[in-house]
Design a protein around this ligand. Structure first.
Ligand code: SF4
Length: 326
């Protein structure tokens, strides 16, 4: 019987799930994903997590509990330190496996090997070797498994850059053709924010889907290449060393600079340290330029759907009106 390894549908799931799934399957594991976010999953996460944590971390607790309830044999919670040279992921990712150990009962074993390529890309080999060894594989077998997973990951990133959303790209990887857009969209809106805030339909109040239904084509920072993101962030006087914030800020600034969208919506999470700084930066730059309408949305566990929908509709009305008169 293969080992059942649980991956929470939270945090960096939206970037790395295809890579992790393929890697673990090539090592002989069966991958189990937590369910889609529900009120129950969020409430459980809020109960288990410390009050001071940001919303995505609280939600991730709920997803871990869901996997524990599903009876997985092992939880895959790599300690995400750095995924790019001279950059870091937020410190809350770094401490996540420890927070889970402290606060969740009846846990199965955790695979919490660190991913840290801050100093050199080759440091990923330690991660590959340690995870492979957990499943009794040697260095060569582990490396071949990872190489095959990396090919899938590159395919996935290519699909995102073609304009698909993560769920659509996952379907495309599984051979299913995603439903095309209506082709009737009369404007383009960029939704900017951390992947776990904008792509989780429950936590984001389904904002992307609602925008599409209202006749807007939606772009995110994941629809543009890394090169473009860096061009955008290059407009700042100093380098941002938080990877996720760099992507969000670079995406927003390049959309604004090229005026390739009709409006920009920035989605931030309550109690997010990096967002409190980059959100302010993005807003100042975009408002100073004064070319592209901008709206900030802050999410927390008490955010009401009606309020978000009203603001989004008012924003779209304003964007359409502005286009008609400018
Ligand atoms: S970047 Fe912000 S939202 Fe994401 S885990 Fe860190 S504090 Fe939370």
């Amino acid at each position: 019987m293969p080992v059942r390894v649980g991956i929470p549908r939270a945090l960096l799931y939206y970037y790395y799930f295809p890579l992790w799934k393929k890697f673990l399957e090539q090592l002989g594991a069966e991958v189990v994903v937590s369910g889609r976010t529900t009120k129950g999953i969020l409430t459980r996460g809020v109960q288990l997590c410390v009050d001071e944590a940001c919303l995505p971390i609280k939600l991730a607790f709920g997803h871990v509990q869901d996997l524990v309830d599903k009876g997985v044999d092992v939880l895959f919670l790599p300690r995400m330190v750095s995924v790019a040279r001279r950059e870091y992921i937020c410190p809350k990712f770094l401490g996540f496996p420890d927070m889970i150990r402290q606060n969740v009962s009846d846990l199965p074993p955790l695979i919490d090997t660190a991913i840290n390529v801050r100093n050199k890309d080759q440091d990923i080999h330690r991660f590959i070797h340690e995870v492979g060894a957990y499943f009794g594989k040697g260095s060569l077998q582990s490396w071949l498994a990872y190489r095959s997973a990396l090919a899938t990951h590159r395919q996935y990133v290519g699909l995102l850059e073609q304009g698909l959303l993560p769920e659509e790209a996952l379907s495309a990887l599984n051979g299913k053709t995603p439903a095309p857009g209506s082709g009737q969209e009369d404007l383009t809106v960029a939704v900017i924010g951390h992947p776990y805030n904008i792509y989780d339909p429950f936590i984001s109040m389904n904002i992307i889907h609602r925008l599409r239904e209202s006749g807007a084509r939606v772009l995110t920072a994941d629809h543009i290449s890394e090169e473009k993101v860096n061009q955008g962030v290059g407009r700042l006087p100093k380098k941002l060393f938080w990877t996720l914030s760099r992507r969000v800020t670079g995406g927003a600034l390049i959309f604004d600079h090229e005026q390739s969208v009709d409006g920009i919506i920035h989605v931030a999470a309550f109690a997010c340290g990096p967002d409190s700084m980059t959100g302010e930066l993005i807003e100042r730059y975009i408002r100073r330029n004064g070319k592209v309408p901008f709206m900030n949305i802050n999410l927390d566990e008490h955010t009401g759907e009606a309020g978000i929908v009203t603001r989004m509709e008012a924003f779209l009305d304003m964007v359409r009106w502005r286009r008609a008169v400018v």
